[in-house]
Design a protein around this ligand. Structure first.
Ligand code: GLV
Length: 276
């Protein structure tokens, strides 16, 4: 950037910490994705400049596809059938009825609610959990920390779609896993820092959890020697659950650019105090 004074709008993903300070005339800082923790954790960010994020139908749809795939693959025991097939074994395995399979969605915002409703439409018994009350007409909704255990007790497949905030960091730990029924399964599509990695390995090795599908990690790319790659009960994908679609996201980003430069109210503005 030759002339930092001329920059009024910053569009960021994984920006170097401290870089935003260099632009004294910023009117808006936009995340390139749904998450904003990369912006909130940069303490040199000019606090008076509003933050916005992407809220996009394609992002929601992509997430629903990924989670639906993970849920169905686990529910229909494809992993077991793959193991059987390696041994040329033709064997029928029992599965619970779809209506009694409890799917718990942690995080009931734009994406969490969309995913919950798709799974409920499909026939699963879906519950959502979030910090505060939210509209939830199609599924059971729990909110607040005092309802967290009730939510976990009826969750056979836990899907983490929370934003990363100081309150949600490390939320996927032994205490959480122990509240879930034996044999429960974890899908983490939130952020790597939601998960206490050693606690997951312990829960899998003890047989309390039956498996995990992980798309996000504390360190990305996941280091080559990380034990998750070779753990037989963990499936790793490279943060692809849902990726910002340039064609649709650019429309709202341009809209916010126009609003910011005209001094009009922004869309999808982040509540910095809340952290999402
Ligand atoms: C992806 O992780 C996003 O926040 O959009």
């Amino acid at each position: 950037v030759d002339d930092p004074d001329a920059v009024e709008f910053a569009l960021c993903w994984d920006q170097p910490m401290g870089v935003l300070e260099r632009f004294p005339n910023l009117k808006c800082i936009s995340s390139l994705g749904a998450g904003v923790e990369h912006l909130l954790s940069d303490h040199t960010r000019p606090e008076e400049v509003p933050l916005v994020r992407v809220v996009d139908e394609h992002l929601k749809q992509g997430m629903a596809e990924y989670v639906m795939h993970g849920v169905l693959e686990h529910f229909r025991r494809f992993d077991d059938y793959r193991s059987q097939a390696k041994l040329s074994q033709w064997k029928y395995l029992k599965i619970p009825h779809i209506e009694v399979s409890g799917i718990g969605i942690m995080g009931f915002g734009e994406i969490g609610r969309f995913v919950a409703y798709r799974l409920a439409d499909f026939g699963f018994n879906v519950s959502g959990w979030s910090r505060g009350p939210k509209p939830a007409d199609q599924v059971r909704h729990f909110f607040g920390s005092d309802k967290f255990n009730d939510f976990l007790n009826c969750t056979d497949i836990l899907v983490c779609l929370l934003p990363l905030t100081p309150e949600t960091e490390n939320i996927l730990d032994t205490r959480t896993f122990n509240q879930m029924p034996k044999g429960a399964f974890l899908i983490n599509v939130g952020r790597g820092a939601h998960l206490v990695e050693d606690d997951l390995v312990k829960a899998l090795d003890s047989g309390h959890l039956s498996g995990a599908l992980l798309d996000v990690f504390r360190e990305e790319p996941l280091p080559e020697d990380h034990p998750f790659w070779s753990h037989e009960k963990i499936t790793v994908t490279p943060h692809i659950a849902s990726v910002t679609n340039a064609a649709t996201a650019s429309i709202q980003i341009i809209e916010n650019y126009r609003r910011a430069t005209d001094g009009r109210p922004l869309i999808h503005q982040v509540d910095v105090g809340r952290g999402y």
